[in-house]
Design a binder for this molecule. Structure first.
Ligand SMILES: C[S@@+](CC[C@H](N)C(=O)[O-])C[C@H]1O[C@@H](n2cnc3c(N)ncnc32)[C@H](O)[C@@H]1O
Length: 393
């Protein structure tokens, strides 16, 4: 789109939408956010004060705009409202704030983002209510939201998200938009080393000697046992223990598999366990191990490793798992270090010029909450092109 357009950025975070829209020629005329750290990062990068609770904003005070962007929190709608009548159905939820703005401004284009769970949330009712309410205002929408992950666009992160696209067109609102993506990439078409820094990074990202010790032990374990494709979590503490009757069936099944794996590899495992002091220096979660790479790699050091509450998980290096929780920053085995903040930014398609929050914990959290810039950019381009195709008919 060559012409300049104006957009508003609701639930703005650190501005994933802002990045996408300005790259397409847009100008931000209003942003709203309540998290002080996100407000700070937003201001540093865009010079806009996003501090305001959207619930307290009068719609008349929001400037005129062509595009409404929002990655809103997913909340269940009131069932009472549903029974009483559609009007009160969304009151009190953050979606209602979007609805309130659209009812007044009749914004030409909308682009909303949410977790994939939105589709199944409240037995599918959440999506149905959103669809119904947006149609009621006068929007043409796709029948189902688009589900897109950065890895499908060649960015090595698995992160399925829904994107809701709409055009204000009351006369044609009954006609669903037909927007599809083609030539999408698969997980195997990706490679994390496309975004990884090759040179040395700050010391703070390298794993500790203790972490190395633990990972070396599990690497030796994997190479020593005869099983190579392991479809269940390995629980060292359950190699010899029998399941208890009161345990749930799934747990009994995992324990039975661990007993069998131990029996098949008894000689090796006994020597290994003795060498590592029966894992006495490992904490509880380090005594569990999940190999999720099939036969694609042969050493843990060739994979992506995460210290998760459920154990140590190893995956291969096509894609990173979705950036979410802070405690599970992925480790790049080959480099013996965690993903840096800059690499996290790249996984969300933020440019290298982006100024990240000085506090790493905040920065990871902010990128974990953000939208992937490329996912939004390419989705919005589809919407704009669609409109043009329709007008040219
Ligand atoms: C999923 S994040 C959106 C991140 C954003 N799309 C980005 O790219 O960084 C949702 C944001 O909504 C903000 N939020 C929640 N309630 C709000 C409210 N009442 N007014 C403004 N912002 C709100 C949260 O602080 C959070 O940063």
């Amino acid at each position: 789109m060559k012409k300049k357009f104006k957009f508003i950025d609701l639930f703005a975070g650190i501005g994933g939408f802002h990045q996408a829209m300005t790259q397409l020629g847009g100008e931000c005329v209003f942003a709203s956010e309540i998290d002080p750290y996100a407000i700070e990062t937003y201001f540093k990068n865009y010079g806009i004060n996003s501090e305001c609770n959207i619930r307290n904003v009068k719609v008349e005070n929001i400037p005129k705009h062509d595009v409404l962007c929002a990655g809103f929190p997913c909340q269940a709608f009131s069932k009472a409202g549903h029974q009483k009548g559609f009007k009160d159905e969304t009151k009190g939820t953050l979606f209602f704030e979007i609805e309130r703005i659209l009812n007044y401004h009749k914004t030409k284009y909308i682009i909303l983002e949410n977790v994939k769970n939105l589709l199944t949330h409240d037995h599918g009712r959440t999506w149905k209510v959103i669809y119904k309410h947006l149609k009621q205002i006068g929007y043409r929408l796709t029948e189902k939201p688009i589900v897109l992950s950065p890895h499908e666009l060649g960015i090595p992160q698995l992160r399925d998200r829904v994107v809701i696209l709409g055009i204000y067109d009351p006369d044609n609102k009954k006609k669903d938009l037909k927007i599809e993506f083609d030539n999408l990439k698969t997980k195997q078409d990706n490679d994390i080393f496309n975004i990884i820094e090759r040179k040395k990074v700050s010391k703070k990202y390298y794993i500790s000697e203790h972490e190395k010790y633990v990972l070396n032990a599990w690497d030796e374990f994997y190479n020593g046992i005869n099983d190579k494709i392991i479809g269940f979590p390995i629980w060292y503490d359950y190699f010899k223990k029998k399941p208890e009757t009161k345990m749930p069936n799934w747990k009994k099944e995992f324990i039975r598999k661990n007993n069998e794996l131990y029996k098949r590899n008894k000689d090796f495992i006994d020597t290994w366990a003795k060498k590592y002091n029966y894992l006495s220096e490992f904490n509880k979660t380090q005594r569990k191990f999940e190999w999720q790479c099939g036969k694609e790699i042969t050493s843990l050091w060739d994979g992506i490793i995460q210290f998760r509450p459920s154990g140590i998980r190893v995956k291969n290096t096509n894609c990173f798992p979705a950036l979410v929780a802070l405690v599970q920053i992925p480790i790049i085995g080959k480099y013996r270090r965690r993903l840096t903040v800059r690499e996290a930014a790249r996984l969300q398609s933020f440019p290298d010029a982006f100024v990240c929050n000085q506090c790493d914990q905040q920065a990871y959290k902010q990128f974990g909450n953000a939208v992937n810039v490329e996912v939004i950019k390419q989705s919005f381009e589809k919407l704009i092109n669609y409109k043009e195709e329709q007008l040219n008919e």
